[in-house]
Design a binder for this molecule. Structure first.
Ligand code: NAP
Length: 442
């Protein structure tokens, strides 16, 4: 039998994900060797504190605080430290030394992905990051490889488990945002500082990655419009539920025809993250708790949905291991690295150019002619109404307490919809605009 080649694997970080990757590398060494055609030798684990207790029992001699030396001697570097520095410098150093890199660091990719992709290309090595979006769910490889002969038109993703858990709690128990967040923190789904999750920043980083691969153009974090869920109220959720919708925080990337003259008549891509109403029968509406899912529409494949655990040490380690095996196979077999195509050159559209439907909740005066005035105002702004429903609330003596109007529009430009809402607010028959939410899937 021929002797298998040995590939040195340097692991940077031994936290939630890194410890599980180390465990799999050691426990599954035999089957990994047979799958890759190389022995994957864990050459060392760089951490801050070499003596800290770990989730997994690992040989103490593997640990080092000298990440730079570890990287210099590796064939594959797995970066699971998180944060920007020193992760960025260590990845660049790995490229300079000819190593392939596997990372789950979405924050770094969103901030400086283009530099990293370029440096990997220049060095002729592979940069893989399946774990950076939707944890265990294989989503980047299907977009990049399986769908590379198709044209993706739209991606809708629930890519942040914390916010999905909170919104699901609000939907199923009627809780207010603050109470659902406290519950998520108690159960370990939300961090003590939940800003990156609840304000949508984490989902925006993933949206930039999904859009870049789907539309063969490098989109950065600043191309992503972002609104979080902290202003979603129990009343919004209740009204949505009553109208047959569920509210989800969606990462959306879709190709749109040009709207306005500033895009030179060329189509562009709208990349955005915001709370979104989905009809309860939409496949994404069934994604409960902290689960993730990505729904893709492609010209030839039609609709596809990918579902699973979006976080957690062991599930995320599965995605990291898939990238590692793929990088190792390439090192064994030779051939060029698997790079992204960036030939799309489609511009990122501003939020005003996005095409969407709106749900608008209004507290209106109960007077004759109110509905007609509102409908006319919508028509004047070129926004057509799909559903208009009035509910009259009466007190015990059957006296009208309030009149509530719920409107769902057809798809129109965000600019036209925003102008319509602004104009509606100025009508004397409107007591208040109770909610304005974007709608998808109608
Ligand atoms: P974590 O539990 O915080 O672990 C980080 C590890 O990196 C620790 O072992 C830490 O060492 C080490 N480290 C941090 N800074 C270092 C430095 N300057 N020098 C040397 N070592 C350093 O992180 P994690 O949850 O495993 O996440 C790792 C990466 O995967 C992140 O980029 C994250 O965004 C991504 N990811 C995580 C999940 C998830 O479910 N956790 C899901 C998808 C993607 P010490 O232990 O000595 O402090």
């Amino acid at each position: 039998m021929t002797e298998l080649r040995t590939l040195k694997v340097a692991l940077l970080g031994c936290g939630n994900v890194g410890a599980q990757v180390a465990r799999i590398l050691i426990d599954d060494a035999e089957s990994l060797a047979s799958r890759t055609g190389a022995r994957l030798e864990l050459s060392g684990i760089a951490v801050r504190n070499v003596d800290a207790p770990r989730d997994v029992e690992l040989p103490h001699e593997l640990f080092t605080a000298d990440a730079e030396t570890l990287v210099k001697d590796a064939d594959v570097v797995i970066e699971l430290m998180g944060g920007i520095e020193p992760a960025r410098s260590l990845i660049l150093s790995a490229f300079r030394h000819g190593a392939c890199v596997v990372t789950g660091n979405k924050a770094l990719l969103a901030l400086d992905g283009p530099t990293l992709y370029e440096e990997a290309d220049k060095a002729g090595v592979q940069l893989s990051y399946e774990a950076a979006v939707a944890g265990a769910i294989p989503i980047l490889r299907p977009i990049r490889d399986s769908l590379s002969g198709d044209r993706i038109t739209r991606v809708l993703g629930i890519v942040n488990g914390t916010t999905n858990f909170i919104l699901d709690q609000m939907d199923s128990t009627g809780a207010q945002f603050a109470d659902a967040l406290a519950e998520a923190q108690r159960l370990g789904y939300a961090e003590a500082d939940p800003t990156a999750d609840v304000e949508g920043h984490d989902a925006a980083a993933k949206a930039a990655i999904l859009a870049s691969l789907s539309f063969h153009t490098r989109f950065a974090l600043e191309d992503v419009y972002c609104e979080g869920i902290s202003s979603v109220s129990a009343a919004d959720i209740a009204a949505a539920k009553d109208a047959g919708f569920v509210i989800k925080l969606l990462a959306i990337a879709e190709k749109l025809p040009a709207a306005g003259t500033d895009t030179d008549g060329k189509p562009g891509v709208s990349v955005r993250v915001h709370p979104t109403l989905l009809p309860r029968e939409h496949p994404l509406a069934a994604v409960r708790g902290a689960f993730n899912a990505v729904f893709i529409e492609a010209e030839n494949a039609g609709e596809l949905m990918f579902y699973g655990q979006g976080a957690g040490g062991t599930p995320t380690a599965s995605a990291v291991m898939g990238d590692l095996v793929s990088a190792a196979r390439r090192l064994v077999l030779g051939g060029p690295g698997r790079t992204e195509t960036t030939t799309g050159h489609v511009p990122a559209l501003p939020i005003d150019a996005a095409i969407t439907s709106y749900y608008i909740g209004l507290d209106v005066a109960d007077q004759p002619g109110v509905l007609a005035r509102i409908a006319q105002l919508f028509a004047e702004h070129g926004v057509s109404i799909e559903i208009m429903r009035q509910t009259i609330h009466r007190d015990a003596d059957s006296k009208v307490e309030s009149a509530e109007l719920r409107i769902v529009t057809h798809r129109a430009s965000e600019a036209a919809l925003a102008a319509t809402v602004q104009a509606v607010k100025g009508l004397d028959v409107i007591n208040s605009v109770t909610s304005v939410l974007r709608v998808e899937g109608v």
